[in-house]
Design a protein around this ligand. Structure first.
Ligand SMILES: Cc1cc2nc3c(=O)[nH]c(=O)nc-3n(C[C@H](O)[C@H](O)[C@H](O)COP(=O)(O)OP(=O)(O)OC[C@H]3O[C@@H](n4cnc5c(N)ncnc54)[C@H](O)[C@@H]3O)c2cc1C
Ligand SMILES: NC(=O)c1ccc[n+]([C@@H]2O[C@H](COP(=O)([O-])OP(=O)(O)OC[C@H]3O[C@@H](n4cnc5c(N)ncnc54)[C@H](O)[C@@H]3O)[C@@H](O)[C@H]2O)c1
Length: 546
């Protein structure tokens, strides 16, 4: 009779596994499912058939017939690259390899679909990686570093102040773009997603024409379903001659190769404000022409005011409620005439007044679709267009026109396409504006809560009082938490200051988890940190409640 000793329970489990494995091998099922079976079946010490069995480890012999098969249930690889049951070459085609297209393609591939991505550029990444988010943020970072360097007395003594050519600071941005393209190219490769380069247009609901360029002619492919993720491009009114070397939009500005002293930025949306920060940081004088009566009027009013104040401090001349009448271009300058009668002379103009969806070249008539006047497509809650097998996501559907949301929308569109039951359309998106300093927010503004007659209260933390902010030399900045004065539910968070776009995510997570303001008071924050602003703001707000 065997004796029970330390580890007996383990030996029982192993013994049980052994016997189950033998049975499993006979019917060809996989070892891993056996292991999970073992965990579910507790072994009783009094089981007499096991008591006589000695403990021994599971020995693997390459000479026996045990083989771990790929179709064990752990992976769907075996199903990948097999078409669904239909007559077309591909289960799905994704038109556009920006964030929306990439996310859609990844989700489709992971769901076992045969997918092809078509993009007009010779590299993946979309406008986001080539001319939008990535180069502008990398450029901003270089300018931010330059500003800090100039401000720091350790480095700035004896430093000649000169205007830095945009092209010079763009060197770093180009490197980041290249790295991003490499990273995203690998994603497609690793997931065995075919990528074709050329301009796509629809022949009909199941056929795509691809113009290959470079005299290579064209090809046609057939597909069961499609996702349109063609993104957007700067809106170019006929009023301006964009071929002139002093007239730029946000794509063309990345090619500017001369130094200017003054620049007009027409359009004070997100792009206009971000570039106003970049150009003043480079030492240029900026005239920022705003069609509205305040900057980024959808933001918290105090934050919009703080941005205007800081812009003025840094030499941006903000001109509100103005509209273009005409632009004259000369070899050595441009002159902007405004409807108010003003005229502004400058070295160049950056037009940043909105974007249009890239739908013209898609031959939408071929599939019975029509875009709106801004080239955007209408979709339902599942990202399906009015044509049953055609979906759309990203900038081409309009709101919110952000890379962050485009990625989620693309993934969700594909999830709905493959019938995922838990897919949810994108609804709450944080704002992240990379001016210097940054702005970020989530939830409602004071104006919205006042209009809705919600009894809210405000908690504030000014960065200049935080130890971490003082250490890193942060001069301006504020975190505002708006909360319901009775339930303490967090209703909105608004942040102005460097790292705002990171700081906001702490609040976003807390809101999403359903915690109220007390979370920030009952949680110990690292010290010194910028995150500590949440505790300071929460206490400040609670002190107002009576
Ligand atoms: C200057 C600037 C800064 C920005 N900064 C930010 C930021 O900081 N944060 C943020 O979240 N968002 C930012 N955005 C917005 C962000 O870039 C867009 O929301 C994002 O690129 C949209 O992604 P998308 O997948 O819809 O399309 P896109 O990135 O526009 O990609 C679409 C792709 O489709 C291709 N395509 C178009 N038509 C065809 C066709 N007929 N056939 C084949 N291919 C075609 C294009 O070549 C392109 O590669 C910024 C935008 C700009 C312009
Ligand atoms: N940090 C960021 O998140 C970030 C940075 C830059 C750009 N973006 C995205 O890029 C988009 C474009 O930014 P923007 O600053 O150029 O413009 P915007 O969308 O903020 O609009 C600026 C102005 O142009 C008008 N407009 C927009 N599209 C138009 C069109 N097709 N025809 C005529 N007028 C039009 C608008 O009504 C507005 O008055 C934004 O929607 C923004 O989401 C985001």
């Amino acid at each position: 009779m065997s004796k029970k000793r330390k580890g007996d329970e383990t030996s029982d489990i192993n013994d049980d596994k052994q016997s189950t494995q033998t049975a499993a091998n006979e019917i060809g099922s996989a070892a891993p499912s056996v292991l999970s079976e073992v965990k579910k079946t507790p072994v009783k010490a009094s089981d007499s058939s096991l008591e006589d069995t000695l403990f021994h480890p599971n020995l693997i012999s390459p000479l026996d017939n045990d083989r771990i098969r790929i179709n064990s249930g752990f992976t769907r690889d075996s199903e990948r690259l097999k078409n669904d049951n239909h007559e077309y070459e591909y289960d799905a085609v994704v038109v556009g390899a920006g964030p929306a297209g990439e996310a859609a393609a990844m989700k489709l591939a992971k769901s076992g679909k045969k997918v092809v991505v078509v993009d007009a550029r010779s590299q993946v990444g979309g406008n986001s990686a080539h001319v939008g988010t990535i180069p502008s943020k990398a450029l901003r970072q270089s300018v931010f570093n330059l500003i800090n360097y100039r401000r720091d007395p350790l480095f700035s003594q004896g430093l000649d102040y000169y205007q830095v050519p945009l092209n010079k600071v763009l060197t770093k941005a180009r490197k980041v773009v290249r790295n991003q393209v490499d990273t995203h190219t690998r994603f497609y490769e690793r997931n065995q997603i075919e990528v074709r380069h050329g301009w796509a247009s629809f022949v009909d609901n199941h056929t795509l024409h691809i113009e290959l360029g470079d005299g290579l002619g064209f090809e046609t492919i057939t597909f069961n379903k499609a996702i349109i993720t063609v993104g957007s491009r700067p809106y170019r009114p006929d009023l301006l001659d964009f071929d002139h070397p002093r007239v730029f939009d946000s794509d063309k500005i990345l090619q500017m190769d001369y130094v200017v002293k003054k620049i007009i930025i027409y359009g004070a949306g997100v792009i206009g404000c971000e570039y106003a920060s970049i150009f003043t940081g480079l030492g240029y004088k900026v005239d920022l022409i705003n069609n509205h009566d305040s900057l980024l009027s959808y933001l918290d009013k105090e934050i919009s005011d703080a941005l205007s104040h800081d812009f003025r401090q840094f030499g941006v001349l903000v001109r509100n409620n103005e509209e273009i009448e005409k632009l004259e271009t000369y070899d050595d300058c441009v002159i902007l005439y405004l409807k108010s009668g003003k005229k502004i002379k400058s070295d160049a103009i950056l037009w940043s007044n909105g974007r249009s969806g890239n739908t013209e070249s898609l031959n939408l008539e071929g599939i019975g679709l029509k875009a709106n006047s801004r080239g955007q497509l209408k979709v339902d809650d599942t990202y399906r267009t009015e044509v049953e097998n055609i979906y759309a996501a990203g900038d081409v559907i309009g709101w919110p026109s952000l890379a962050s949301a485009a990625y989620d929308q693309g993934r969700c569109a594909a999830a709905f396409m493959v019938g995922d039951e838990d897919a949810e359309p994108v609804s709450s998106v944080p704002t992240g504006i990379y001016t210097i300093p940054e702005i970020s927010s989530i939830g409602k503004t004071e104006q919205e809560l006042t209009d809705e007659k919600v009894p809210y209260e405000v908690g504030q933390a000014f960065f200049k009082h935080l130890a971490r902010a003082q250490i890193i030399g942060e001069r301006s900045g504020v975190l505002k938490i708006l909360f319901h004065r009775e339930t303490l539910e967090i209703l909105g968070i608004h942040c102005y200051g460097n790292h705002a776009s990171e700081i906001i995510h702490i609040g976003q997570a807390v809101m999403k988890c359903g915690h109220n303001l007390e979370y920030f008071v009952n949680t110990t924050f690292n010290y010194p940190t910028m995150a500590e602003a949440y505790r300071v703001a929460a206490l400040n707000g609670l002190n107002r409640v009576f």
